[in-house]
Design a protein. Structure first.
Length: 738
């Protein structure tokens, strides 16, 4: 009998996939089975269009304890019996429909991914991409998302330590909201999800189950459209106070030593949590939905199994330990009920009391079909990349041009965002948001520190996805190197449009190739991640936006740098180049080209071998306490980097008279990679030069720190106060609609 197309659309399955399910079961699936297949075969859970590509990522290193796909999050050893757990995920579609709750529950979900591993969450990060705030709806989305992140994270008492906020027209209909969480755990205390054995008990803990979030995973696996607004019920509703209780109760339970496994109920709710636990153990699972506490009347087994109500955890315990676990959760005033057990038959069996409403092999549910669309580059993008920039007119007033760039929302201060987040709770934050290219947190009880960052540039990836993907990794690593940290691991969130379109398939494949190559050359494994596809609205696809979250380690937290110029008289050097001059091609894909000339064209540059040498030099120079500051060159190029270091240090700089000989706009605003601006005391200059020579890295002396102006003789001379005012006020003015 033909399946109703509307029913298939609800669970985001194609007719061919329905026929495959029919063949696997040897019969038509029940309504509950169809819903379960829809969740587990969804793009959000099943990675149908990306799993084959993701195999290119390097994921092994001596310090990697748990890699991608093995558990809820990745884990790396940082020594002294301690490990860091980290993961980043998207909550894009929900945030486009209900921005506050969409962003808030994105935070809640990623926090559960981390503490479900037995780790205490110690830091949040986020990467946010919006349409221009000149449009009221984009301002509404911005305020809702930032409010949701702050409201949920602040209530949990987890500091939000770093992030990225970017703006481009392609995100107007489909903002990107990526949330990252980092936790600490003793290596012997790591908890896994799929470690049960037949007869073990499944306990459902936390909030009662409601109808919010039904079809959330499948909703995130289709394009946004005019009808998407009607799917507000697919957006979960968060309760951070309940989550805080869950964090503390679950971590206390892990310390008692009898917990077998733990899994959060995120995308796919009870279906994903239970079936994926069974799959990892190579076993089966039986659930009785009649035992699931509900907060709404008349809920069907289908709704219970597909609900994505927040603040719920699934625990696995031995039969004799169930009462001990319930007693602990009673103490925390949390509901804890037995809803099922692990079985040996390899089936996912769902009962409603005595009635079986679904029964399917676990391996069929968790092995969706994998697709690889033949990619093809958009010819229009190829033409933009090849555009000749040699006839580009140079600005007559470089000081005014610098102010325009500092007022660009992709460059301007993000203080209006991070001041809404608590970034010092837990007393681990040593380098705060905005002070440096990465956050630095102490590891209590040791002299070590960890550094954290997130980075992506959609414009780079749009014009050249291979180079853009490689640069996302390189720049994240450069951010860590600028605070003195050695990069250890990547967690990524790959945000793309509809992968069934050849142009998007090309972007996805090329970005992953570039990222993988950069990870291999820089020696940084990928340990976890998320793929978010179908990020399209009626206006078209978002820029290809592979967000890279990265962790670095400082062996001695006292040997660190910020981006701020510190001492008058210090010398300023450019690491990675023997001259500040750049060819006009370096303006390709730049913030300058779009802001000043209204053009998205050209291509970003990339030199991974040079990146490796420059970053190692920067790390060593900081570890040897040679540098007073370090700041990477990215959006806005050299002039913006110098201005930001001056603003953060409240002191100007005086450039060398012969600093620029070629095109001033390319030298000042070009975004050539593998370059870092540093300041160094006079007594350390020679040592830095010797170390650079040993590493095979060119240096260019730019000038000295000092005064109250930004001065490059013959090119620009502007007061630091004017520069700072422009940089600090631009975002707030834009958000006010002025």
């Amino acid at each position: 009998m033909p399946i109703d197309k509307k029913a298939l659309a609800e669970v985001a399955l194609s007719e061919a996939e329905y026929e495959a399910i029919d063949a696997l079961l040897g019969r038509e699936p029940s309504a509950v089975e169809l819903g379960m297949f829809g969740i587990l075969w969804s793009e959000h859970c099943g990675y149908k269009h990306s799993k084959l590509l993701l195999r290119d990522f390097p994921s092994r290193a001596p310090w990697v304890l748990i890699g991608p796909g093995e558990e809820n999050a990745g884990v790396v050893d940082i020594g002294d019996g301690q490990a860091v757990v980290m993961k980043i995920e998207s909550h894009n579609h929900p945030s486009a429909i209900e921005p506050y709750q969409g962003a808030a529950t994105g935070v809640g979900g990623i926090v559960r991914d981390v503490f479900s591993m037995g780790a205490r969450p110690i830091a949040l990060l986020n990467a946010l991409f919006f349409g221009p705030p000149v449009h009221p709806r984009n301002r509404y989305l911005f305020h809702g998302v930032v409010g949701g992140i702050g409201g949920y994270g602040n209530c949990l008492g987890i500091p939000d330590v770093a992030g990225q906020v970017s703006f481009a027209s392609s995100y107007s209909g489909n903002p990107l909201v990526n949330a990252m969480c980092v936790g600490l755990v003793k290596t012997e205390g790591i908890v896994r999800a799929g470690t049960g054995r037949p007869g073990d008990i499944l306990l459902l803990v936390g909030s009662d189950t409601g109808r919010d979030g039904i079809h959330g995973a499948t909703f995130a696996s289709v394009d946004l459209s005019a009808e998407s607004e009607q799917r507000r019920t697919a957006v979960q509703v968060g309760n951070p106070f309940m989550e805080k209780l869950l964090v503390e109760a679950c971590l206390e339970l892990t310390e008692q030593g009898f917990l077998v496994g733990m899994q959060d109920l995120g995308a796919g709710g009870l279906t994903s949590a239970a079936v994926e636990c069974a799959a990892k153990a190579g076993l089966g699972v039986e659930i009785d939905v009649s035992r699931v506490p509900r907060r709404e009347e008349g809920m069907t087994p289908y709704e219970v199994m597909l609900s994505e109500s927040q603040e719920r955890m699934l625990l696995i315990v031995r039969p004799g330990d169930a009462e001990r676990a319930k007693a602990l959760f009673d103490k925390w005033d949390l509901t804890c009920v037995e809803v099922g057990r692990i079985t040996s038959d390899g089936l996912a069996r769902i009962r409603d009391g005595e009635r079986v409403v679904a029964e399917a092999p676990v391996r069929h549910l968790t092995e969706p079909p994998l697709y690889r669309t033949q990619g093809r580059e958009d010819s229009a993008v190829r033409a933009l990349r090849a555009r000749d920039l040699s006839s580009l007119p140079q600005p007559s007033h470089l000081g005014e041009t610098l102010l325009r760039l500092l007022a660009s929302l992709n460059v301007a201060s993000k203080e209006a965002v991070h001041r809404q987040y608590d970034h010092q709770v837990l007393d681990n934050s040593v380098v705060l948001p905005g002070q440096a290219d990465a956050a630095v947190l102490r590891v209590k009880g040791t002299k070590k520190g960890i550094a954290l960052t997130v980075d992506a540039n959609g414009r780079w990836c749009y014009l050249d996805p291979y180079r853009g993907g490689a640069l996302a990794v390189a720049e994240a690593a450069r951010n860590l190197s600028c605070v003195g940290a050695r990069p250890l691991a990547v967690t990524d969130c790959l945000n793309f449009g509809n992968p069934e379109r050849p142009e998007v398939a090309y972007q996805l494949e090329q970005c992953i190739r570039g990222m993988a190559e950069a990870c291999r050359l820089l020696g940084i494994p990928v340990i976890s991640g998320n793929v978010s596809l179908y990020n399209e609205s009626e206006a078209g696809s978002v820029y290809p936006t592979p967000v890279v979250g990265m962790l670095g380690l400082l062996d001695d937290i006292e040997a660190r740098c910020t981006a701020a110029f510190v001492q008058e008289g210090d010398a300023i050097y450019l690491l990675g180049a023997s001259t500040a001059d750049l060819p006009v091609e370096a303006l390709g894909a730049s913030e300058y080209l779009e802001t000043v000339h209204g053009m998205v064209a050209g291509a970003p540059g990339v030199d991974l071998a040079l990146e490796d040498r420059v970053q190692r030099l920067c790390q060593q120079a900081i570890q040897q306490r040679l540098l007073r500051s370090a700041h990477d060159l990215s959006e806005g190029g050299l002039a913006v980097a110098l201005a930001e270091s001056a603003i953060l240090g409240s002191v100007g700089f005086q450039g060398e008279g012969n600093m620029l000989r070629g095109r001033a706009d390319a030298a000042l605003f070009g975004e050539a990679p593998a370059r870092i601006v540093v300041s160094v005391g006079p007594a350390q200059e020679l040592t830095l030069q010797e170390l650079a020579a040993q590493q095979g890295v060119a240096l260019c002396r730019l000038g000295r720190v000092g005064g109250g102006r930004l001065s490059l003789p013959g090119f620009l001379d502007i007061s630091l106060s004017e520069v700072e005012k422009t940089w600090r006020e631009a975002l707030a003015k834009a958000l006010a609609g002025s």
